[in-house]
Ligand binder design. Structure first.
Ligand code: IPE
Ligand code: IPE
Ligand code: MG
Length: 247
């Protein structure tokens, strides 16, 4: 099977067997803008709208969890202007999300080290989290200052602190118990991970959780990613045989 998608007219999706958890590396915003002679930030702004559309669509379809990579631990390497513009967009998006949460009933969680964010953005994340506690349906996880390696190291540090405090025993450590030290605790592993933009790598996304995820790559740039593209990815996922090491 080719790892890149082939466009068909309408995706053949079995709506009764949807992936429970979809994760997306929202990539290609900069190239989308460049193609149009626009500043990279214009791509990020349209990309934020794409997230809104795809999150709402996932909820309508009955997908239970959507996890998106919005800003990585490596993205601080970009120019101050670009990082500043992304943070400003995040603030705008979260303000609007808080406003409409009552109506949308989308539960939001954040994966990543929020301590490096501005106090204002951190507070917005915390308020969004608090409001989300009222809902128990569809959950969107936004990965902010997230790195898969960083998540494992931070989890290890918390586990070690618990060991030192006598709360846990080193010999009791299992894959399941360690999962509870990750940002993704209580969230099942992603069934399907989608990367638009033509890059074929994980870029430090959900390293622990993706052990048995199905991957789907497409050349479509994230700001152009449509509901139909999501259905194509789901249709491709549904053709796979997931063996988890069995036969
Ligand atoms: C993804 O799009 C958004 C972030 C990493 C914040 P990019 O900004 O990486 O877009 P490209 O890959 O340069 O096109
Ligand atoms: C991954 O995209 C991070 C996000 C989409 C937030 P990047 O654009 O940062 O990844 P690389 O540099 O192409 O690996
Ligand atoms: Mg990129």
């Amino acid at each position: 099977m080719a790892i890149f998608s082939k466009k068909t007219e309408t995706a053949q999706v079995d709506y009764n067997h949807l992936p429970r958890h979809i994760a997306i590396i929202m990539d290609g915003n900069g190239r989308w803008a460049k193609k149009r002679g626009l500043p990279r930030t214009a791509g990020h702004a349209v990309g934020a709208e794409t997230f809104r559309t795809i999150a709402t669509f996932c909820k309508e379809l009955g997908v239970e969890y959507l996890t998106v990579y919005a800003f990585s631990t490596e993205n601080w390497k970009r120019s101050q202007d670009e990082v500043g513009a992304i943070m400003k967009l995040l603030k705008k998006y979260l303000f609007e999300a808080i406003d409409t949460m009552e109506k949308d009933k989308i539960k939001m969680e954040f994966f990543g080290d929020l301590s490096r964010l501005s106090p204002e953005l951190r507070e917005l994340c915390e308020s969004t989290r608090e409001i989300s506690k009222r809902y128990d349906g569809f959950q969107a996880n936004i990965c902010l200052n997230y790195g898969g390696r960083d998540e494992i190291i931070k989890g290890m540090q918390k586990w070690q602190a618990d060991c030192a405090a006598g709360l846990v025993n080193p010999e009791d450590l299992t894959e399941a118990s360690f999962s509870q030290y990750l940002f993704s605790k209580d969230v099942p592993d992603p069934d399907l991970i989608i990367r638009p933009s033509g890059e074929v790598r994980t870029s430090n996304f959900l390293l622990w959780q993706s052990a048995y995820s199905e991957f789907y790559f497409t050349d479509v740039l994230w700001p152009d990613f449509s509901k139909e593209d999501l259905l194509e990815a789901i249709a491709s996922y549904q053709k796979r045989s997931r063996r988890f090491g069995g036969v």
